[in-house]
Design a protein around this ligand. Structure first.
Ligand code: FES
Ligand code: FES
Length: 146
């Protein structure tokens, strides 16, 4: 067991983990209780688990929790206090989600691309996240104006 502190959504979160190689996703969901970040594939294919670490997109399903210590982790719950992030506004305007399962990962992927200074079609081509409901056309429409 090891005690570590993660900075998540601007707050320091002390946690005790059984293994420092544990995926960040397990810690976010099971120990900190932030369940907005989803588990899909576990092998860096679907993007459902995407979070921002120091502003960059990472797949929490394969990101060792120890590597997140000392960095700023942002999950969908912390993307904005009031759904005012431009990507969230675009998602609402275009009514992108269907079942919603993949959507937090989609939004965090788009937010990370925006942090990298990317726009519109460039973001759409980078967003390879999988959506079983097939919301791809609405995602494309939503990011067109970003
Ligand atoms: S659960 Fe991490 S990429 Fe699919
Ligand atoms: S909205 Fe259902 S999986 Fe994407």
């Amino acid at each position: 067991m090891a005690s570590i502190t993660l900075n998540v959504n601007g707050k320091d979160c002390p946690v005790t983990v059984s293994d420092l190689n544990m995926p960040l996703l397990w810690v976010l969901r099971d120990l900190i209780g932030l369940t907005g970040t989803k588990y899909g594939c576990g092998i860096e294919v679907c993007g459902a688990c995407t979070v921002l670490i120091d502003g960059q997109r990472e797949h929490a399903c394969v990101f060792n929790v120890s590597s997140a210590v000392g960095k700023k982790v942002v999950t969908i719950e912390g993307l904005s206090p009031d759904r005012s992030h431009p990507a969230q506004k675009a998602w609402i305007a275009k009514q992108v989600p269907q079942c919603g399962f993949c959507q937090s990962g989609m939004l965090m992927t788009v937010a990370g691309a925006m942090n990298a200074g990317h726009h519109g079609a460039e973001i759409a081509s980078e967003c390879k996240n999988l959506c079983v409901c097939g919301t791809y056309q609405r995602v494309k429409q939503a990011v067109a104006g970003l």
